[in-house]
Design a protein around this ligand. Structure first.
Ligand SMILES: NC(=O)C1=CN([C@@H]2O[C@H](COP(=O)(O)OP(=O)(O)OC[C@H]3O[C@@H](n4cnc5c(N)ncnc54)[C@H](OP(=O)(O)O)[C@@H]3O)[C@@H](O)[C@H]2O)C=CC1
Ligand SMILES: O=C(O)[C@H](O)CS(=O)(=O)O
Length: 488
């Protein structure tokens, strides 16, 4: 496997930035952080590895810059955000290439994520002009009530490696539109996409200190700085529920406003009255987008007995056609997993299911290379006592459960601490309405396997999170309500 010469693949090599972006300046770290290509196993860049003190200095700069930024009109903020959007779309190919090199997803998917990430900036640029307050009739003849919305201040962001562009813009866009300043720590596996966003933010004219990208290998220390520094008023996190719990506990000290986009365990339900071919296509995109490494992937596939065999056969035939390979190579549909540990977790779930009676319907051939590749596996005869029923696999394993009745599958689907995304295929209108109401999830996809859009409020219930990202709801988490009681 050849080494990755990332710079030579870019139309604009200046997007390949390895220094941290603090207060409008490019800053070296006290150490360096290796970034590797999960498909080839080679180091593609060494990035600034910031100390906690350097992160604290970035927060100081953000705190100062935010005061001025909040004085800009909504339209002025909108204009500079729109320029950022335009620059992202103009550099979509390069941003996609950088993402594929460091995260592994196929280039077409990476470019799709860039457009998805940019859509949040476009959407919230518009919302910046529509942050409305209200007046309320007084409670006494000489009182008048006024409610205003003001930016919360400095927002700190911690994001995962699986969507290294969109998870940042899904937070930074509403934060900046609201008049907040943003300090973001990207996942150590994927800092390059975040730094490329900073290059374009700088070119768009976002003022120094308003948007800061702070790579660091010491996730827990930087998380503590974000939670303990009293100049930070908002913490927004996307990642596992386990880390979310740690951060919520740490944020309690300063009673910090938190948004949490955490783990999932999505059920994907196929009823007897479903369009089976449509359900198979929905299962493919829902299960294998980013090779199963998304929080909204189908983690459990429940198929009613009347269509169980035909669905299983069609899904296996369709998966067998999918090409596993380096995301930079044309035609690859399934890239590598992010780390060897991610592969081990999937293999553990497969072994556990087989040991408890599951039957492998399909197991693809894994490319023998230095990269973290694992071909897809489909298992049928899966039962609720298996690890895959309660744990998030986060990889290319499609476990198929059989069920008989609607009540049975609702109970099975809701039997989890998670509540992020859920999906079902059915055509009976009464069933669609009743099942959508009964599923205990923040998101329900009906006759679709993909629900990701900037127009909708994305988020979970139970232990999948707090708050919503996207839609007009998404900006509220970066605003404070102020009630003014006027005596006239
Ligand atoms: N609900 C949602 O929208 C999403 C949820 N997820 C969930 O995240 C998981 C997979 O992503 P993954 O990156 O492995 O999740 P992790 O929770 O391990 O990591 C997420 C981010 O948190 C950082 N981090 C880890 N430990 C700490 C800590 N103690 N304090 C502060 N920051 C910390 C990581 O840094 P580093 O990588 O450098 O260690 C990374 O940047 C899955 O459970 C998935 O479902 C993922 C994406 C979206
Ligand atoms: O990280 C994730 O899994 C994303 O939140 C999923 S989505 O927003 O791209 O659907």
């Amino acid at each position: 496997m050849t080494a990755t010469n990332l710079s030579s693949l870019l139309k604009d090599p200046s997007l390949l930035e390895t220094r941290a972006y603090i207060n409008g300046a490019w800053v070296e770290g006290t150490a360096q952080l290796d970034v590797d290509n999960p498909a080839r196993g080679d180091i593609i860049a060494q990035v600034a590895d910031l100390s906690r003190e350097q992160v604290a200095s970035a927060i100081d700069a953000a705190y100062v810059a935010q005061k001025e930024w909040a004085q800009w009109t909504g339209k002025e903020r909108a204009n500079v955000l729109r320029k950022w959007f335009d620059l992202m779309m103009a550099n979509q190919d390069d941003l996609g290439t950088i993402m594929t090199a460091e995260q592994g997803k196929p280039l077409a998917e990476a470019k799709g994520e860039v457009a998805y990430g940019a859509s949040f900036i476009e959407f919230f640029a518009e919302e910046a002009k529509r942050i409305y307050g209200e007046t309320i009739p007084g409670h006494m003849r000489d009182k008048r009530i006024m409610v205003m919305k003001q930016p919360i201040g400095v927002a700190a962001s911690i994001t995962p490696w699986n969507f290294p562009n969109a998870m940042i813009t899904r937070k930074a866009a509403p934060a900046l539109a609201a008049g907040c300043a943003f300090v973001g720590r990207p996942a150590s596996e994927t800092p390059l996409s975040a730094l490329a966003l900073a290059v374009l933010a700088d070119r768009a004219g976002i003022p120094a200190g308003v948007f800061n990208i702070l790579p660091s290998s010491n996730a827990s220390e930087i998380g503590k700085e974000f939670c303990e520094n009293q100049k930070v008023r908002k913490l927004t996190f996307t990642g596992s529920t386990g880390v979310g719990r740690i951060l919520l506990a740490q944020a309690a000290h300063n009673v910090m406003k938190c948004s949490m986009e955490l783990g999932g365990n999505a059920p994907f339900i196929v009823f007897d009255d479903a369009d089976v071919d449509a359900a198979v296509e929905g299962a493919i995109i829902c299960k294998f987008r980013n090779n199963g490494q998304t929080c909204v992937c189908a983690n459990r596939i429940y198929v009613q007995s009347g269509v169980y065999d035909v669905f299983t056969e069609k899904l296996a035939a369709r998966v067998a056609q999918m090409k596993v390979g380096d995301g930079l190579e044309a035609g690859s549909e399934l890239g590598p997993l992010i780390t060897p540990a991610a592969i081990q977790k999937v293999q553990n779930h497969i072994a556990d299911a087989k040991a408890k009676g599951g039957e492998v319907v399909y197991a693809g051939d894994t490319p023998q290379s230095l990269g973290n590749f694992l071909a897809p596996t489909i298992i049928k005869g899966v039962t609720r006592d298996m690890a895959v029923a309660t744990e998030e696999t986060f990889g290319p394993l499609a476990p198929i459960f059989k069920f008989e009745t609607e009540d049975e599958v609702i109970e099975l689907a809701n039997d989890t601490i998670f509540g992020l995304a859920s999906y079902f295929y059915a055509n009976d209108l009464s069933r669609v309405y009743k099942v959508a109401e009964a599923l205990e999830y923040g998101i329900v996809g009906v006759n679709t396997g993909i629900i990701s859009t900037e127009n909708a409020p994305f988020g979970g219930v139970k232990q999948s999170g707090l708050g919503r990202e996207g839609s007009h709801h998404g900006i509220e988490d970066y605003l404070e309500l102020k009630y003014v009681c006027l005596t006239v």
